[in-house]
Design a protein around this ligand. Structure first.
Ligand code: RNT
Ligand code: ZN
Length: 418
């Protein structure tokens, strides 16, 4: 098998070289792209602080596949298993609810030391950590509002939580020597049309400004702000919309988070990147797959994903973009979900890179639209799979369908015994 992979790769290398693509350079470039794998696919977003709390804030997980992680060791072992089947070195995104505390603690009491467990694990795995405050699935989410609540007590609780999430992200950055992106998403909104659309947004600005007041070294952490089109129960008005956060991120020199599920199904998410980056500090992505709505399906190699990764590659935006994953599906094996979604994202990046981009740009500027269309069409049937297999071999992870056997063994030996 290894011999066939090597031979196929050599042939693919020649085919790509004929159109000016250096596959060795591409493999080296792909190796450098870290994805930020989300912890919450492994435990259906329950966390360890309030594991029995029902999910609120308009997000939900369908399915009840056996083997869900319910302890820190289970979740970190499952993540380690997934990481062992994904080529390259990556980051992992945590949520505040994944704190590992000695005694019960609320969200406004968390400290960096409550995440020592994860820092130790990350050091062992050689991964970075990104952060998310948890502004949902909690009784202080009152009447659907958190940071934009008209009730000062509610706002203050969540402001304190936001501040603490920043201290934790800063600790990740300090300990792991790589920047921790701290993502903010809040569910605040109304089911029906509100009269006053402005005041909640002004309150949100005040709350956020208060949260980000304390300076932290940007090499350790930076905040990212994630908008939303709508959610279940907040169909008519979302305080933190995309325009709101794009403007907030621009004026505060923070990152703007684009979640692929948070737009109208016919919007081209990939087209938004270059509309923001000339003005802004950079992007955080939540790579997701909406089916009819923000359903958070496992990411697959579909047109939307290919377009997104291609835009980042063609417009040279990888340096300003943090590619995070955000999907949750409990109808299939959760480790397989991580592996499928992460590998699909890497494949899309590879497809984007395996193109004579400089030449295509020249062709375009010379208005040779015939060659542009011809080349982009022909590229679709170039032997990209052979290069992907070689990438897996070089990174010591299983090639092709082989990895599922390892997940099945793990399911039998570990998951089904829980
Ligand atoms: C919700 C947002 C948010 C969450 C995670 C769990 O619509 O996409 O990013 O999915 O924080
Ligand atoms: Zn998201």
């Amino acid at each position: 098998m290894t011999k066939q992979i090597e031979e196929s790769y050599q042939l693919a290398k020649q085919r790509y070289a004929e159109i000016g693509v250096d596959t060795e350079q591409v493999l080296a470039d792909l190796e450098k792209v870290k994805l930020s794998i989300h912890s919450w696919q492994g435990d259906d977003i329950h966390g360890f602080l309030f594991p029995n709390q029902e999910l609120t804030g308009g997000i939900g997980v369908s399915g009840n596949y056996p083997g869900v992680a319910t302890t820190p060791d289970q979740l970190s072992n499952d993540l380690s298993k997934a990481l062992s089947l994904i080529p390259g070195k990556h980051k992992v995104q945590l949520h505040a609810i994944y704190a590992v505390t000695d005694q019960p603690k609320d969200l406004d009491q968390l400290e960096p030391s409550d995440f020592k467990y994860w820092v130790d694990w990350a050091k062992k795995e050689g991964v970075g950590l990104d952060m998310n405050g948890t502004f949902f699935s909690h009784p202080m989410l009152k009447d659907g509002f958190t940071l934009a609540s008209p009730d000062k007590e509610v706002r203050d609780f969540w402001i304190e939580h936001g501040k603490r999430s920043r201290a934790i992200a800063n600790y990740f950055g300090e300990e792991l020597g790589q920047q921790s992106v701290n993502n903010f998403w809040i569910p605040d909104g109304y089911k029906d049309n509100p009269i006053d659309k402005l005041t909640p947004r002004l309150r949100l600005i005040d709350s956020l400004d208060e949260i980000i007041k304390q300076p932290y070294a940007e090499k350790n952490t930076i905040e990212a702000f994630e908008g939303k089109l709508f959610g279940t129960g907040v169909e008519s008005y979302t305080v933190g919309s995309h325009e709101f956060y794009a403007n907030y991120a621009l004026t505060r020199e923070k990152l703007w988070t684009i979640d692929a599920g948070h737009f109208h199904p016919t919007e081209d998410v990939s087209d938004k990147f270059s509309a923001f980056t000339p003005f802004g500090k950079g992007l955080m992505l939540h790579v997701s797959r909406p089916v009819r709505w923000d359903s958070d399906h496992v990411v697959i190699l579909d047109d939307a994903l290919i377009r997104m990764m291609r835009s980042l590659v063609r417009d040279d935006l990888l340096g300003q973009t943090n590619i995070g994953l955000d999907f949750f599906d409990a109808t299939i094996n959760r480790i397989a979900a991580w592996v499928i979604g992460t590998r699909a994202t890497q494949k899309a990046l590879l497809m984007g890179m395996l193109a004579p981009i400089k030449h295509l740009k020249e062709v375009e500027i010379n208005h040779d639209l015939t060659e542009r269309l011809m080349l982009t069409e022909e590229l679709k049937s170039y032997p990209f799979g052979a290069v992907w297999d070689e990438f897996c071999v070089r990174n010591n992870v299983p090639v092709g369908t082989e990895w599922l056997k390892e997940v099945q063994t793990y399911e039998k030996d570990v998951l089904l015994k829980r």
